[in-house]
Design a protein around this ligand. Structure first.
Ligand code: FUB
Length: 424
């Protein structure tokens, strides 16, 4: 169909079948939580909600970080800022500095692993950071110190110079704590309690590792992503198990050099409602980027969390992240109620598109189809391109309706119905 005829087709359908329902497709925008400065995101899916836990930059020439925030969304566009939910000083043994934390769930409890400065423990040639754990019964807290003491300090055998950037995951029932910085990475098994070490600290071998470990699993492959080099890119390696061995695969996020440099590059990777996301920080809200009078062109200490899609190639490798200012599209959560128009007698039949948690819609057709008639559902783009054709005898079918305008035509063999539903 030529472009001209596509538009005529669309116009005819739209005028013939009257009522047009519009569903706005929006995007999250980047940075996500402007104007607040946020960094070092950790992400967790619980029930139908995505929670993002961030640090908060308060300095301009060094890391000044006192607290962690929580944000949540069910659709990627409408975010709730739940405010400060934990502070470094909430650990009575800490003198401050809320570096990159990580939240993990186990048996309905939520554990927030936090790297903070220890008041008294500082090993020779080490930086004095320790990792503590706060616990809550809900991702939003309230969180309290789970141990009243530390999990990792400069005194832990085989620890590293800078004990920061914890990452915890439960693999086949066993919790693992990874952490690392200054080119050194470690892991240790945790007991099921999540707050006690179970065995000795192991050295991790990863090409180009600098800091910020994060592991996700897809199709039986473990993906280990991390900040690499300094200033950092985000690179990744893959392996057959939670402990590797790890094979280097390449860079998935370039250095943050625009609008101004961020020396750090700290990622979280998460699947939510069938989509994969890459969460990172940039410098768009830093003085250097927004104020011509800024003393330096470095935004390292004034970062802001962003999100973009994470996409895979057919062979399972990760595509280079395309950083955007628009962010990611909305996941529809509202249902659309409408009437299908009987093609023959213009009568209206109720029909609904019910948003599902996987981002698709369930089409609820008129009646209960007790005769098991064959239903034909066609989804067209506005210019008449057939996007999806479903032939079914059930009265409840899942259909993908991505952004863009669509026209839905339904036939049950004897009666034809049509409706225009515009997904912008
Ligand atoms: O935000 C302080 C530190 O900078 C984090 O712990 C590192 O991952 C880096 O982002």
């Amino acid at each position: 169909m030529t472009k001209k005829y596509c538009y005529i087709f669309a116009f005819l359908l739209l005028t013939l079948f009257g009522d047009v329902i519009s569903v706005a497709a929006q995007t999250s925008g980047n940075p996500l939580f402007a104007p607040l400065l946020t960094a070092d995101a950790s992400a967790l899916v619980y029930r139908d909600t995505l929670y993002v836990f961030t640090g908060h930059d308060e300095g301009t020439t060094s890391f000044v970080m006192n607290s962690w925030y929580i944000f949540s969304t069910t659709d990627m566009v409408h975010w709730t800022n739940h405010g400060v939910k934990l502070r470094a000083r909430d650990f009575s043994w800490s003198s401050g500095q809320a570096f990159a934390g990580h939240v993990a769930e186990q048996n309905g409890k939520f554990y927030w692993y936090c790297p903070v400065l220890h008041k008294t423990i500082k090993g020779t040639g080490k930086e004095g950071f320790a990792i503590g754990v706060a616990v809550a019964n809900h991702p939003l807290g309230p969180y309290t110190d789970a141990i009243g003491s530390v999990l990792i300090t400069d005194n832990t055998p085989n620890c590293i110079t800078l004990n920061i950037d914890p990452f915890v995951t439960v693999d086949n029932g066993t919790p693992y704590l990874y952490w690392g910085s200054w080119n050194a990475c470690r892991y240790v098994k945790l007991k099921p309690s999540m707050i006690q070490l179970d065995g000795s600290v192991q050295t991790v071998t990863l090409q180009g590792f600098f800091e910020a470990p994060w592991i996700h699993k897809r199709n039986n492959t473990y993906y280990f992503s991390y900040a690499s080099g300094y200033p950092s890119t985000t690179a990744y390696s893959t392996g057959p198990s939670i402990t590797g061995p790890w094979t280097y695969k390449g860079v998935i996020n370039d250095k943050i050099e625009t609008p101004v440099i961020s020396e750090t590059n700290h990622q979280a990777i998460i699947e939510f409602k069938g989509n994969w996301y890459f969460i990172y920080h940039n410098t768009a809200l830093s003085k250097a980027a927004t104020d011509n009078t800024a003393a330096t062109n470095n935004g390292t200490y004034e970062r802001s969390v962003c999100i973009d899609k994470l996409e895979y190639n057919g062979d399972g490798s990760i595509k280079k992240v395309v950083r955007t200012t628009t962010g990611v599209p909305i996941i529809p959560t509202t249902s659309v109620q409408a009437n299908l128009i009987n093609y023959h007698n213009n009568a209206k039949q109720p029909f609904s598109l019910q948003a599902l948690t996987n981002g698709k819609y369930a089409i609820k057709l008129p009646g209960n189809n007790s005769n098991n008639n064959t239903l034909k559902i066609s989804v067209y783009s506005i210019n008449g391109v057939l996007l999806e054709k479903i032939v079914t005898t059930t009265n409840n079918h899942e259909v993908s309706l991505p952004s863009g305008t669509h026209i839905l035509c339904v036939s049950d063999g004897t009666v034809r119905y049509s409706q225009c539903v515009n997904f912008f």
